[in-house]
Design a protein around this ligand. Structure first.
Ligand code: ZN
Length: 925
């Protein structure tokens, strides 16, 4: 179970059991509490006769005794029984019988176990009830967690280190001399405390991880002093990890022990730890799986660093800094690579697949409050599944989890992890389909990031006092970052139905097609502590085509316009492509569509486009209909498809430009009427083309939504492609000159920030230094520039055919760079492995020395690549003395190359890279 492993190893905090909401105590409660008290006593004394006294006359006594023997061990030191759920027992009159779900926590010395029991109890009719009226009719175990340990540091065992070395993958703790203490279980040592002048060594193998380490520590291989360290291992591995020659047992020194105890008590709760809430105040730990390893190291220079090896993770080696929540390293060990291959899909680790979401929620903007119910239809993916993990915002209180198949289910809230663990009454096999219904209410804040990450730094110029700045119209966005509905652990393609109820002054745009009759009048609400009646409306949407995640935006909006946009995605009659350069890209693409081997993907040939807007954005919104339709037609022709039946553009206001685009809608930020925000110096900002954001956001319907990315490394397939599509649209609408301006910006940012890591590093670009501009510079702009270079390497025909294939093959699933490479190789017949190695998985920049000469009627270009050889297309622009110009493209693929081009006049000047398309450092020889 990937999720829980993550929790246990990486979690900053741990799980806590859900609390029932407080209930008024009545006689029935009192009598049931008495019953549970008697139950607790029978368990604590391992008293079978007292247990039998609790059984109903009709109960199966043999099986009840077997149950007791199986569940209740000898030599119990402490028992806690807590009621978790109570419902009426079927076939009983009101108040006569109940089905209880109870949690039983049993301690035997330093070991603990939790079991969830179902107890059906009845009040016998007509009996002399006495003090204890309830009797058990039947009992069952629903779930259990075994193997909890209350770890303690051994005060009686102290060692002196003798050149002690503890190793894990690419990691060492060296303690030439110092104090060592241990924490043991009956199976051996699981916790080790090291104190003294030690050295921590971390030498990540992958090149890009060395690069990240250098950004963090100034060195590609970290060797740094530490004062203390806390290590957790599986007890069976102690002897192999720590040779006995490295430890010499000495007489314990109480002062040393007290210092070690501080390190120990700080270290234990950080990993493999459960917080049992009302069952126990103590810190209970699980044992690391064999091969798992965690070290909390107090270094002198870098504060506390945590190294972890987690066998269950796709990237099993990590180094992080808890205090700043910075992932410094995360990669697959060679052992992991051997088992999973170079690339991985986050979906492969999911326990289940969500087929459909049915979300019904009410939202109260003034209080940031939601109340709702979500029904998930799921299919089991793992071989067997007993506990499943849902992702859901911590701030929202879950009141129940149930299922059509199993009735009420037990769930645990995991603190600070936005997670709920749901226990199934019995393990279910692969392909089992079931429903989960989650009911909830609580605070939920609007997410403030916009595009997947366009949240531009506000570069505020000084505001003169006499300028009245108009605040933007309020809006609330709930989407991929909000965890606003119970969902799978990672984004998961599913169909959906959404019903969102808001006060009637607001409107909702959401990921789906507005249902006929939506919005409809909903029952008014009165809020707690208020007599005000709020008139409400319900907006209903369906998403028949799978969406990666669901989102909605609430604001005071009006519906401005709607249109049905005819698309041109059916192949026209075959015709020879005209590559003379006189055609616009759209015309070229239309010709290419005619000859491309890939047929159009979807059957739709129209898309419904509607525009909603804040009142002050109404005129802009009217323009948006035409532009939006134009963009949709263009992208449909590039991809041969429109993934979703409708698209709604919400024109809202924000001081920060950008947008957000789940399936079926795009939210575009517009400045309020008067603003003082300057956002020129950002990788995502393009002067002279205000439609750029809309063009970028609409491209996400195809790339980002219809085609997702299979793990964080592949996010450029969404942002880089969307950025390139926006650039292609800019060329289509405004011409080559603007396109080149954009290419030059791509180049500027690529050159400036490529040293921060490869495109393939995903969100980790800029993460260590907390600079999100690096992320946009590399993922958005370099990603787009690389696509343009790929197009120039393999030619327009192969590129656009490959793009269509890539799209068609990965529609409504998650793709990787390797999928794109395969599609482009198939379309071009070329081996593109070096292209992708250099441009995507590595972060170098080619250095090219060039010379141009005119020999007779030919331009001779000589190129020399210094260092690693790249596939690099490079344009040379020639200006003749009569003012005419020509351009020639050399695709450099060797360390040295010569190319010749026929000239048509006398050359006045030659310029290298006039279009800015080549990401390279050029030197004229
Ligand atoms: Zn984007």
């Amino acid at each position: 179970m990937r999720a829980s492993l993550f929790l246990l190893v990486v979690a900053l905090s741990s799980s806590a059991f859900a609390q029932q909401p407080p209930r008024a105590v009545d006689d029935e409660d009192l009598s049931i509490q008495n019953f549970l008290q008697a139950l607790e006593t029978s368990i604590s004394k391992t008293d079978r006769s007292q247990w039998t006294d609790l059984l109903s006359a009709n109960a199966d006594r043999d099986s009840a005794l077997d149950f007791f023997s199986a569940m209740v061990p000898e030599s119990i030191t402490r028992v806690v029984v807590k009621e978790r759920d109570r419902s009426a027992l079927e076939g009983t009159l009101p108040g006569e019988g109940f089905r209880l779900v109870v949690e039983v926590f049993i301690e035997t010395g330093e070991r603990g176990r939790i079991a969830t029991w179902r107890l059906d109890i009845r009040r016998p009719r007509g009996d002399d009830l006495g003090a204890q009226p309830w009797r058990i009719v039947s009992e069952d175990r629903i779930a259990s967690i075994e193997g909890l340990h209350r770890l303690a540091l051994q005060p009686a065992k102290q060692y002196i280190a003798k050149n002690l070395v503890i190793r894990a993958i690419d990691f060492e703790l060296r303690l030439p001399t110092g104090q060592v203490f241990v924490g043991e279980t009956p199976d051996g040592v699981t916790a080790i405390v090291l104190m003294g002048d030690g050295t921590m060594v971390f030498q990540p193998m992958p090149k890009e991880e060395k690069g990240q380490l250098k950004l963090f520590a100034g060195t590609e291989s970290l060797e740094t002093p530490f004062t203390s360290a806390f290590v957790r291992i599986n007890p069976s591995e102690f002897d192999q990890r720590v040779s006995s020659a490295m430890l010499e047992e000495v007489t314990p020194d109480p002062r040393d022990f007290r210092r070690a105890l501080t390190v120990f008590e700080e270290g234990v709760p950080k990993s493999f730890n459960l917080d049992l809430s009302d069952l126990s105040r103590d810190v209970w730990s699980l044992l690391p799986q064999s091969g798992d390893f965690v070290a909390e190291v107090k270094t002198r220079r870098f504060d506390d660093l945590t190294y972890a090896r987690s066998m269950g993770e796709a990237e099993d080696v990590t180094l992080f800094q808890r205090a700043r929540k910075r992932n410094i390293a995360a990669y697959a060990s060679e052992q992991k690579l051997a088992s999973r291959g170079r690339f991985f899909n986050e979906d492969d680790q999911l326990d289940y697949d969500v087929l459909d979401y049915d979300v019904d929620t009410a939202f109260y903007p003034e209080r940031d409050w939601i109340e709702g119910r979500t029904k998930l239809k799921i299919r089991v993916k793992s071989p067997v599944l007993g506990v499943l993990t849902l992702r859901f915002a911590d701030t929202v209180n879950v009141s129940s989890v149930s299922s059509d198949e199993f009735g009420r289910l037990l769930f645990l809230r995991v603190r600070n992890q936005n997670s709920i663990l749901v226990n199934l009454p019995s393990a279910v096999p692969r392909d089992f389909t079931m429903t989960l219904i989650v009911a909830y209410a609580g605070r939920l804040q609007s997410q403030n990031n916009l595009d997947e990450s366009i949240a531009l730094e506000q570069n505020r110029t000084a505001q003169p006092d006499d300028i009245q700045v108009v605040p933007p119209e309020q809006k609330w966005l709930f989407s991929n970052r909000s965890n606003w509905y119970p969902q799978n652990q990672v984004s998961d393609y599913a169909s959906a139905r959404l019903r969102i109820t808001v006060p009637s002054e607001y409107a909702v745009v959401a990921s789906g097609i507005a249902e006929p009759g939506s919005p409809m009048v909903a029952p008014p609400a009165t809020l707690e502590n208020s007599s005000r009646v709020i008139p409400r409306v319900t907006y209903a949407f369906t998403a028949p085509q799978p969406v990666r995640y669901l989102g909605f935006v609430v604001s005071r909006m009006l519906r401005v316009d709607a249109a049905t946009v005819a698309l041109d995605i059916v192949p026209v009659k075959p015709a020879a492509p005209d590559m003379t350069g006189t055609l616009t890209l759209q015309q070229q693409v239309n010709r290419l569509n005619a000859v491309a081997a890939v047929p159009p993907v979807g059957a739709r040939n129209t898309v419904g486009l509607s525009i909603a807007a804040n009142r002050r954005q109404e005129s802009r919104a009217r323009d948006a209909v035409g532009i939006g339709a134009d963009i949709l037609r263009f992208y449909a022709s590039l991809t041969g498809d429109i993934p979703y039946d409708t698209l709604t553009i919400a024109m809202v206001e924000d001081n920060v430009p950008g947008g957000h685009a789940p399936g079926y809608f795009a939210m575009i930020n517009n400045p309020p009427p008067v603003t003082q925000i300057n956002w020129r110096n950002d990788p995502a900002a393009f002067q002279g083309f205000p439609e750029f954001f809309m063009a970028h956001e609409l491209a996400h319907q195809w790339f980002g939504q219809a085609v997702g990315w299979k793990n964080y490394h592949e996010q450029w397939l969404s942002e880089g492609v969307a950025q390139y599509f926006a650039a292609l649209y800019a060329r289509e609408r405004r011409g080559e000159s603007l396109f080149r301006d954009i290419l030059r910006q791509f180049r500027k940012w690529s050159l400036e920030d490529s040293d921060q890591g490869p495109v393939y590093l995903g969100y980790r670009l800029g993460h260590i230094k907390g600079d999100t501009r690096v992320f946009r510079a590399v993922i958005y702009n370099k990603g787009a520039a690389v696509l343009h270079m790929l197009r120039r390497v393999i030619g327009d025909q192969a590129f656009f055919a490959g793009l269509k294939t890539f799209y068609a093959e990965n529609r409504f699933s998650k793709a990787g760079s390797d999928d794109l490479r395969r599609a482009m190789e198939a379309a071009s017949g070329r081996d593109l492995s070096r292209f992708f190695e250099r441009w995507i998985y590595d972060n170098g920049i080619p250095r090219v020395r060039y010379a141009t000469t005119v020999e007779g009627q030919e331009l001779v270009v000589r190129l020399e690549q210094v260092g690693d050889v790249y596939d690099l297309p490079l344009t040379f622009g020639v200006t003749y003395t009569d003012g005419k110009t020509a351009e020639f493209v050399v695709v450099s693929t060797e360390a040295t190359m010569e190319a010749r081009f026929p000239l048509t006049g006398t050359v006045r000047a030659v310029e290298a890279n006039p279009d800015g398309a080549a990401i390279a450092i050029l030197e004229k020889k």
